[in-house]
Ligand binder design. Structure first.
Ligand code: COA
Length: 176
């Protein structure tokens, strides 16, 4: 891998991204097989943030992809806007070379720059723990319907961002 470029996704590569996500999740520990369609659903929703849908490009092809979309932590009287990291995909031949980590770190840098303070993810704590993600239970936030602890995690882009936030989240389908 000569050079790795992380940049915003472009419409002309949506099919290439679809194929990448589909193949990447064939080897995921947990997958429902529809992650590539989920990308299209998120893109078509009002939760889509083009600046936070990134590709990793190397050797003239797309080798990784990440999406951070709007999500909300709800309480009876309030709604806190945050980000959902999903999905994250790296091509098989490019794994364990830091591509996933670079996509996560760059998406966080950009997210912070445009004013977001927290990111949520549903995934393996063994992987996401390295970025500082912690179980939402520690923040007093619940997923509704329940997903077993500690698979739903949160990361504060700004220290203390979630200290006053309680309520429920639902990451199953984007709300339009
Ligand atoms: C998970 C994934 C994005 C990681 O991409 P990557 O570019 O290989 O990640 P990085 O190179 O930044 O990090 C690799 C490290 O993460 C570890 N790792 C990867 N997947 C892991 C998992 N599910 N659980 C625990 N550790 C994991 C590797 O063992 C490696 O560890 P090391 O740094 O100690 O050697 C990639 O494996 C992938 O696309 N998987 C299929 C889709 C998927 O599961 N996406 C995440 C949804 S939760």
């Amino acid at each position: 891998m000569k050079q790795l470029i992380i940049r915003q996704e472009e419409p002309r590569e949506f099919q290439e991204i679809y194929d990448l996500v589909k193949v990447a999740f064939q080897t995921a520990k947990v997958a429902d097989g529809n992650e590539q369609d989920y990308v299209n659903i998120l893109r078509a929703s009002s939760n889509y943030i083009p600046e936070l849908a990134l590709v990793a490009e190397a050797d003239g092809r797309i080798v990784g992809h990440i999406m951070l979309t709007k999500t909300y932590i709800s309480r009876a009287d309030s709604k806190f806007e945050a980000l959902l990291l999903a999905p994250l995909s790296v091509a098989l031949e490019y794994r364990n070379r830091g591509v996933g980590s670079k996509l996560v770190q760059e998406s966080f840098r950009l997210a912070k720059k445009i004013g977001y303070s927290a990111v949520f993810v549903v995934g393996d704590p063994a992987y996401y723990g390295r970025f500082g993600f912690k179980s939402i239970a520690l923040f007093g936030i619940k997923h509704d319907p329940p997903i077993p602890d500690p698979y739903v995690m949160a990361y504060e882009l700004t220290t203390g961002a979630l200290s006053e936030v309680t309520g429920t989240c639902n990451f199953y389908l984007p709300k339009n």
